[in-house]
Write a protein of this length. Structure first.
Length: 183
């Protein structure tokens, strides 16, 4: 199974792709989409959309994993982050990828073993788990961690026959015809 992990952000969106065979993870690709801050919001969202579409086309993942956003102290920042997530979701839906969403706590606990782990701990564990020569950049590491989290959780949820209560998943299958959404 090939998993694309995405760490959405309006300034920097991280992505990471891994292959999974049993309990073995293999690094495929990762990077950070750096969004220019001197362009309008719609154009910034388009940069995220277009670049993630390109990542999907080049790496051909089977499934995607995305971090769930929670309300932080600044509602305006949360709203902007939600819009960046929306652009990422649209890019994934364009390719009919099943998308599984995980909280930051789930991701950190799955990769490091502690839900309150520091970014540096996540980076170091991602490096170890994927046998990387160097420490990945923070946004790339978070995206790779999201993919690793799904690799850990997916076999369990498959055995249970459904997604668990803490992770959400969906597959974009709606069709639009004459302005109406058909399921």
């Amino acid at each position: 199974m090939r998993i694309l992990g995405v760490d959405p952000g309006l300034r920097r969106t991280g992505f990471g792709v891994i292959d999974v065979q049993g309990s073995r993870f293999t690094y495929v690709a990762s990077g950070t989409i750096v969004v220019p801050s001197d362009i309008t919001l719609p154009l910034r969202l388009k940069v995220i959309l277009d670049n993630l579409r390109q990542v999907v086309e080049q790496t051909r993942p089977d499934v995607a994993a995305l971090e769930i956003v929670f309300m932080n102290t600044n509602p305006a920042t949360t709203l902007l982050l939600g819009q960046a997530r929306g652009a990422a979701l649209c890019a994934l839906a364009d390719h009919n990828l099943a998308v599984h969403e995980y909280t930051a706590l789930q991701i950190k606990k799955s990769v490091v073993g502690a839900g309150k782990a520091a970014k540096e701990q996540v980076q170091m564990m991602v490096q170890r788990l994927l046998s990387l020569d160097g420490v990945p950049a923070p946004d790339s590491a978070d995206a790779l961690a999201c993919a690793i989290c799904h690799a850990h959780i997916a076999p369990i949820t498959e055995k249970l026959g459904s997604t668990d209560n803490h992770a959400r998943s969906w597959r974009g299958r709606s069709r639009v015809r004459a302005g109406r959404v058909l399921g």
